[in-house]
Ligand binder design. Structure first.
Ligand code: GLA
Length: 684
């Protein structure tokens, strides 16, 4: 067992307790503010109501390009000057957007070659947003020009706290297959491979007569008669994400040059954006920000929220981050836009805060009258200040103000879950052994069990240092590079406990199968090999002899022919295509232990395996905490904050003593968390 107590794995003297937005006092509270949608008379009311709600930061101008540059090279900043002045006089800070996610109609009209093209060759039009090719030089020039103008004008403005570059890079135009993109893709490939021989080798082009004799022959992976080369697909993911990163860097560098000292961020979509490898972006931002929207129809959507917040904090390297957008109520873009129930807004916001956010912001301040998002909830709904949402927003503002002390403190994690965008991309390409095997499904399944055990999770890249964690889980690591495999061996050999789920360690970074049999990258570490995949039919289940009280467990989706080579068999298949063969194994490797779970276990059946892994790792889930209570600890200088969120319908009693910060009461012995409520206990 690893001789470690769970500590803040990101604790570094540099940046410790540094405020996330240096010039802002307290926790950021506010939202996207789009004054250009309203007559100037409304602005005064906006600012007065913002003060009433405790708003101290608003994101302005994100979609205002056409209002700032109504014709190419003709600028109108007068209205924005007035808005910023009003905000400044009210003491409200500004997160100023570069409006480059929505080029004005004149841009597409003048630059028809910058329209994005889909995989099947359709040219997309305007009248929406994000209608531009990410590799377009015309777009790059226009975006740089407006960014420069803004930076020159507002650098040093007293209201300016933060720059908000663009909006959700890759959200609607992640991929473009136009001729400009194709040429840029070829250039990117030349830089990556140097020679055509190296590319042919990496892509395995001996298969299906795909060998390239000239760079000009290479296309993006457009719609083809059948499955396209998976290595080509993977590289196109990488290239496309890099194109967006280049667009971000261009703006960031302008902002840094012309507005030094003001941090630059952009709003990520963790963990709901598959297309951007955010690990690669992490070091590029001055601070990490995220947008999160509930999958509203799911009953346990607060667990998915927690997962996204934990991933955001992990991408931020454990440092505090900003929640730049979430919703006060329903969104408008899901099939059924379920409204938040009483208390849900508060629980959602404070769950983000618990998991390391030092700012709670919404889309958007005032509900729009026109346009595609008019039915999206807002801080100030169409119904105005007589509404429940408004009262909740004002209450939450007061609560957040009272929690200013948490700013800069760090979340304490118990375990790490591995997360790799490249593996996500590769796993879900065409023609895999089963369509039922997807990346997020397993990650969420394992995450949920840890959440229900009241354990806090950091996410980690498989090649990152894992030394701070007694327990690491690899729920879905189909693509495993040699560097990641070596990292995992080193981690376990040094005393760590690792749990690996099926169909992991199969291919390298080019989607080529690791030699020597499955799971090539992890065979030695797991002490076994997998002779054959045995995916199950839709709806088919298999039984395992397990640890549940009735002595069994049920699994579905996947089975395998596992051949132990050093690993001990802990569970076996009782029936199905792998009847009599090992299902779950445990391998002592160096000073640590590596578990392998070869089938899809869910719920308490998965708990059976995890309980054994917790014991190996010395991880002890807190006892006596009701199921529906979410518990997270943040640690500051000489203090610890316990945030308890009760998602259930009964009041909960937890052991604890200290100052309860939301009510200002002193707690001695027991902390009561009323049903649906949140409590924050501060202990020295
Ligand atoms: C995204 C965008 C916002 C808005 C919201 C609506 O997060 O960044 O501009 O469209 O979705 O939920």
């Amino acid at each position: 067992m690893r001789q470690l107590t769970p500590v803040d794995p990101h604790d570094s003297p540099a940046g410790r307790l540094a405020p996330v937005v240096p010039r802002l006092a307290g926790i950021a509270y506010g939202g996207d503010y789009n004054p250009e949608q309203w007559p100037a008379e409304v602005w005064r009311e906006d600012v007065a109501l913002m003060r009433e709600a405790g708003v101290n930061l608003v994101s302005v101008g994100i979609f205002a390009w056409a209002m700032l540059e109504p014709a190419p090279g003709r600028y109108d900043f007068g209205w924005l000057d007035r808005v910023l002045e009003l905000l400044d006089r009210a003491g409200i800070g500004v997160d100023l957007g570069t409006p480059t996610a929505a080029p004005p109609p004149w841009f597409l009209h003048r630059n028809p070659q910058a329209r994005p093209v889909t995989r099947d060759g359709r040219v997309l039009g305007g009248g929406a947003r994000q209608s531009f090719c990410p590799s377009s030089p015309a777009y790059a020039d226009a975006a740089a020009a407006i960014t420069e103008r803004l930076a020159r004008r507002y650098a040093g403005h007293p209201a300016l706290m933060l720059w908000h570059a663009h909006n959700e890079y890759g959200g609607a135009n992640a991929f473009c297959y136009c001729p400009v993109s194709a040429a840029a893709f070829r250039q990117w490939l030349r830089a990556r491979y140097g020679t055509l021989e190296a590319l042919n080798e990496a892509w395995g082009t001996a298969f299906w007569s795909q060998r390239y004799g000239d760079w000009a022959e290479i296309e993006p992976p457009v719609t083809a008669p059948t499955a396209v080369n998976p290595a080509q697909e993977l590289d196109f993911y990488r290239f496309s994400a890099d194109a967006h990163l280049a667009n971000f860097r261009r703006e960031r560098d302008i902002l840094h040059r012309l507005s030094p000292g003001t941090p630059v961020t952009t709003n990520f979509m963790l963990a709901n954006c598959k297309n951007i490898d955010y690990w690669r972006w992490a070091g590029e931002l001055d601070l990490i920000s995220n947008d999160h929207y509930l999958r509203a129809e799911r009953a346990d959507n607060h667990i998915e929220l927690a997962m996204c917040a934990d991933l955001t904090r992990s991408v931020a390297g454990g440092r505090p981050w900003l929640l730049l957008e979430h919703s006060t109520g329903a969104v408008n873009w899901q099939p059924r836009n379920i409204a938040k129930r009483p208390g849900e807004l508060r629980r959602n916001s404070l769950a983000h805060l618990a998991r390391g956010a030092d700012g709670i912001m919404f889309f958007q301040w005032r509900a729009s009258r026109s346009g595609a998002e008019k039915f999206h909830s807002a801080m100030l709904p169409h119904g105005g200040t007589g509404t429940r949402i408004w009262r909740d927003v004002v209450d939450l503002g007061a609560t957040v103000r009272g929690l200013a002390d948490l700013r800069g403190s760090r979340v304490v994690a118990d375990a790490a879950v591995l997360w790799d965008w490249e593996s996500w991309w590769a796993l879900e390409l065409d023609w895999r052994p089963s369509v039922d095997v997807t990346f997020r499904e397993r990650v969420e399944a394992y995450y949920e069990r840890l959440w229900r055990a009241h354990l806090t999770v950091d996410f980690a890249h498989p090649a990152a240092s894992l030394d701070a964690y007694p327990l690491v889980i690899a729920p879905s690591l189909y693509l495993t590079t040699p560097a990641a495999a070596q990292n995992l061996r080193r981690y376990v050999a040094g005393g760590g406990t690792l749990v690996v789920s099926y169909f992991s360690g199969i291919v390298d970074g080019n989607d080529a199968v690791h030699p020597g049999g499955y799971p090539g990258a992890l065979r030695e570490l797991l002490g076994l090999s997998v002779e054959e995949f045995l995916p199950l039919r839709a709806g088919e289940t298999v039984r395992l002899n397990g640890s549940a009280p009735d002595g069994g467990a049920t699994a579905d989706v996947w089975a395998e022919r596992v051949v132990p080579a050093g690993a001990a068999v802990e569970w076996s298949y009782l029936d199905g295509p792998a009847a009599g063969l090992p299902a779950v194994t445990r391998h002592r490797y160096g000073r640590g232990t590596a578990w392998y779970v070869s089938t899809r276990l869910s719920g308490t059946d998965l708990d059976g395996v995890l309980a054994r892994a917790y014991a190996d790792a010395g991880v002890v889930p807190p006892a006596g905490v009701p199921d529906a209570v979410e518990l997270v600890r943040r640690r500051g200088q000489g203090v610890e904050y316990l945030i308890a969120i009760n998602h259930g319908e009964c009041d909960a009693r937890l052991p604890g003593a200290g100052l309860e910060m939301t009510t200002g009461t002193t707690v001695a012995g027991h902390l009561v968390v009323p049903a649906g409520e949140v409590r924050v206990l501060r202990t020295p």
